[in-house]
Write a protein that binds this ligand. Structure first.
Ligand code: WQD
Length: 341
C-alpha cells in the first residue's frame, strides 16, 4: 500500500487531506507536534474514515528528531508538507521562530527526499506570495511581490528552496498556492480549530454567531470594490484536500516535466466580506452581528485565482459553493464545546 507522510496532519488542511488520502486507499502517517492542533483530531479522522493513521509527535524543525523519525519510514511514496507556523501577525512579532520553524522543517524533509528521490513532495504554499497582484484573476505566472510578513516570506523562500533543491538533486516537487481555505468536513467531525481569538474571517464569523465572541468587525468599507470591502477567493477545505490527492497521484504517475510545478488552489471567484456575511446568513438562517471598523494593516484589496492551470494539468476544480462552506463551518462550530479556546 502506498504510504504518505502528512506533516501537520492534525491541523486544519492537513486533517482534511489525511481523510481524502485514506479515502483513496493510501496509508497515512501523520507527523504533528501539536503546536497549533489537538490530538483529538485523530479521533475525528478515524470516525470519518474508519482508519486511525499512525501519529508521531515530532518537531520537524529539530534535525535530530526529524532524521530519526524519517529513518523509520524509508518507504514513503510521498510527503505532503503542511507543518508550519501560519499566523501573519505573530510572524511579525516572532520572525526568527517563523524562519527557524518553517524553513528548518522544510530543509530537513527535503534532505530525506534528496536521499529518496522517488518520494513525491507537495509543499503547502499560499496566495500570499502574490501580494497585491497587478491583474486579476491571478495566474501562477504573476510576479512574486515583496512579502508583507515573515510568514509570507517563509512561503516565498520555501518555494525558492524547492527550486534550488530539485535542481541540485534528482527529485521533483509540487507547490500548491492556497487562496482562502474555509469550511469543515460535512460530517462535522473535523474542522478549523483556531487557538485564541480567530484572526481569519470565517472562524470569527462562526464564533461570533455562536455567541463566543462579540460582533464581527469588518475591517474597512472604503476599498475600491463593489461594496467597499475586500475581495478574497474563499475555497472549501475539502476541495483543497482533494487537490492534494490529485497532485500526489500526478507525481506518483511520473507526469510533469518541470522540477517544481506550481498550482493555484482557488474557486476563481472573488467574494467581498459583506457577500461572505450574506452567504453565512443565507446558509444558516442566523443573523450575524457586525459593524464596520478601520482597515487592517497588510490587507490587499482583492485576490482571486485563475484556476485554468489546475483544471488543465491536475484535472481538478473546486466544486463546493461558498454557502456550502458556510453551512459546513457552522455545523462544525455547533459541534464544539461552548467555551472559547
Ligand atoms: C479575509 C478578509 C480581512 C477578519 C490569511 C493569510 C493568508 C492565508 C489565508 C495562510 C480580509 C477581513 C478578517 C475579521 C474582517 N493563510 N476580515 N474581519 O488575510 O485574506 O489571508 O488567511 O496561508 O496567508 O494572510 O484572510 O480571513 O484574515 O481575511 O473584516 O475579523 O476578511 O480584512 O479582507 P486573509 P482573513
Amino acid at each position: 500500500m502506498r504510504k504518505v507522510l502528512v506533516t501537520g496532519g492534525l491541523g486544519f488542511i492537513g486533517s482534511h487531506t489525511a481523510v481524502e488520502l485514506l479515502g483513496r486507499g493510501f496509508a497515512v502517517v501523520i507527523a504533528d507536534n501539536l503546536s497549533n492542533s489537538r490530538a483529538e483530531v485523530l479521533d475525528g479522522i478515524a470516525a470519518i474514515t474508519g482508519q486511525r493513521p499512525v501519529w508521531a509527535n515530532v518537531d520537524l524543525a529539530d534535525p535530530v528528531a526529524c532524521r530519526s523519525f524519517l529513518a523509520g519510514h524509508p518507504d514513503l511514496a510521498g510527503i505532503v508538507h503542511f507543518a508550519a507556523s501560519k499566523a501573519v501577525g505573530e510572524s511579525v512579532q516572532k520572525p526568527l521562530l517563523y524562519y527557524r520553524n518553517n524553513l528548518g522543517s522544510l530543509c530537513h524533509l527535503l534532505e530525506h527526499v534528496a536521499a529518496h528521490p522517488a518520494c513525491a513532495f507537495l509543499f503547502s504554499s499560499s496566495c500570499t506570495v502574490y501580494g497585491q497582484a497587478d491583474s486579476l484573476p491571478i495566474r501562477e505566472t504573476a510576479p512574486i511581490k515583496p512579502a508583507e510578513s515573515p510568514y509570507g516570506n517563509t512561503k516565498q523562500i520555501g518555494e525558492e528552496i524547492l527550486r534550488d533543491a530539485t535542481k541540485a538533486h534528482s527529485f521533483r516537487a509540487i507547490a500548491l498556492r492556497y487562496f482562502n481555505p474555509i469550511g469543515a468536513h460535512p460530517s462535522a467531525r473535523i474542522g478549523e480549530l483556531p487557538l485564541g481569538v480567530p484572526q481569519n474571517l470565517v472562524p470569527f464569523i462562526t464564533q461570533s454567531a455562536a455567541g463566543l465572541r462579540g460582533p464581527l468587525e469588518v475591517f474597512g468599507n472604503d476599498y475600491p470594490t463593489r461594496d467597499g470591502t475586500c475581495i478574497r477567493d474563499y475555497i472549501h477545505v475539502v476541495d483543497i484536500a482533494l487537490a492534494h490527492v490529485y497532485a500526489i497521484e500526478r507525481m506518483l504517475a511520473g507526469a510533469g516535466t518541470e522540477p517544481v510545478e506550481v498550482f493555484n488552489l482557488g474557486t476563481g471567484t472573488g467574494s467581498t466580506v459583506l457577500e461572505v456575511i450574506a452567504a453565512f446568513e443565507r446558509a444558516t438562517g442566523v443573523k450575524l452581528r457586525w459593524s464596520f471598523a478601520p482597515r487592517r494593516a497588510g490587507d490587499v484589496v482583492a485576490a482571486y485565482a485563475d484556476t485554468q492551470k489546475a483544471a488543465a494539468v491536475l484535472g481538478w476544480r473546486a466544486e463546493r459553493s461558498l454557502e456550502q462552506a458556510m453551512a459546513d463551518a457552522w455545523r462544525w462550530q455547533q459541534s464544539l464545546p461552548r467555551a472559547p479556546q
